[in-house]
Ligand binder design. Sequence first.
Ligand SMILES: NC(=O)c1ccc[n+]([C@@H]2O[C@H](COP(=O)([O-])OP(=O)(O)OC[C@H]3O[C@@H](n4cnc5c(N)ncnc54)[C@H](O)[C@@H]3O)[C@@H](O)[C@H]2O)c1
Length: 315
Amino acid sequence: MVNNGTEIPIMLIQRSRTFRFRIRNSQLTAMALKRVASSAIRALGSSSAGSDSSITLTRSLHASAGGKKIVGVFYKANEYASLNPNFLGSAERALGIREWLESQGHEYIVTDDKEGPNCELEKHIPDLHVLITTPFHPAYVTAERIKKAKNLQLLLTAGIGSDHVDLKAAAAAGLTVAEVTGSNVVSVAEDELMRILILVRNFVPGHQQVIKGEWNVAGIAHRAYDLEGKTVGTVGAGRIGKLLLQRLKPFNCNLLYHDRLKMDPELETQTGAKFEEDLDGMLAKCDVVVINMPLTEKTRYSRLEIYVIISVSNE
Ligand SMILES: NC(=O)c1ccc[n+]([C@@H]2O[C@H](COP(=O)([O-])OP(=O)(O)OC[C@H]3O[C@@H](n4cnc5c(N)ncnc54)[C@H](O)[C@@H]3O)[C@@H](O)[C@H]2O)c1
């Protein structure tokens, strides 16, 4: 996963205030995560972490002077860990920040065991200062866990999306919730394009036929379509939504987007995507809908789920 950007911004959210700072990066995304995690922890450990970090942390940083207890929750890569030295998001590699953290006097505990009252994570909740996790194997941070975590200061997602955190409870406790804005966006946009093609072209049943040694063209062709000429809408045209629209442009689709913000006119012209202020109106026009917005209280259980179900049941 190569990140071509020169800067990786990190977004910190606290008590509904958001601020970002950037670090220079031109390396692998996993390396960027490592550097951002380091920056966030360094910023948290300092009362003057830079010009942008002027917010006051409600839970005093001085309450626990010296080394912090940092817990990382990542999936186990097992036999795959050794196959790629840059597999930093696994429990085995632990973002590659162990050496640095320990040299700074911090304690770094890493586990994949995150569910249930007797899990490893639960044992550390009462005295951890920082919890790092990823969207792929998220440590769910409930109001109950926040209540127990008396020393907790920073909840860091090594990726994007903080829907595993009870944000209201985190804000009420004065915690900083941070995520690595921009990470994996190319991977997600490419993955979305792949899924659109796989679904529209009815690829999977054909693949299964081949594996079973069958060949029934009609069984596939009756539901296989060209993407060209279809109307594709993205709900949310932030970083991923824009990358997807750029990638869809050569397929000659009708491109629509709904967002609370309009895109830069230059990008609108470049992609040919039309802004749809009314979400219901846009959904009714689409052959394909892609959701590219954060999961929050506002977006959860929205009309979108209903539309997705309808579009599936009507084929
Ligand atoms: N699992 C992963 O690896 C991974 C990686 C990247 C992103 N994601 C998910 O994709 C989401 C989007 O990522 P992104 O990088 O494009 O984020 P982004 O912040 O760049 O874009 C989100 C867009 O959604 C819009 N939006 C938010 N709430 C809205 C609302 N209620 N109505 C209309 N528009 C709204 C915003 O204005 C913004 O343009 C993330 O929040 C995350 O959940 C997952």
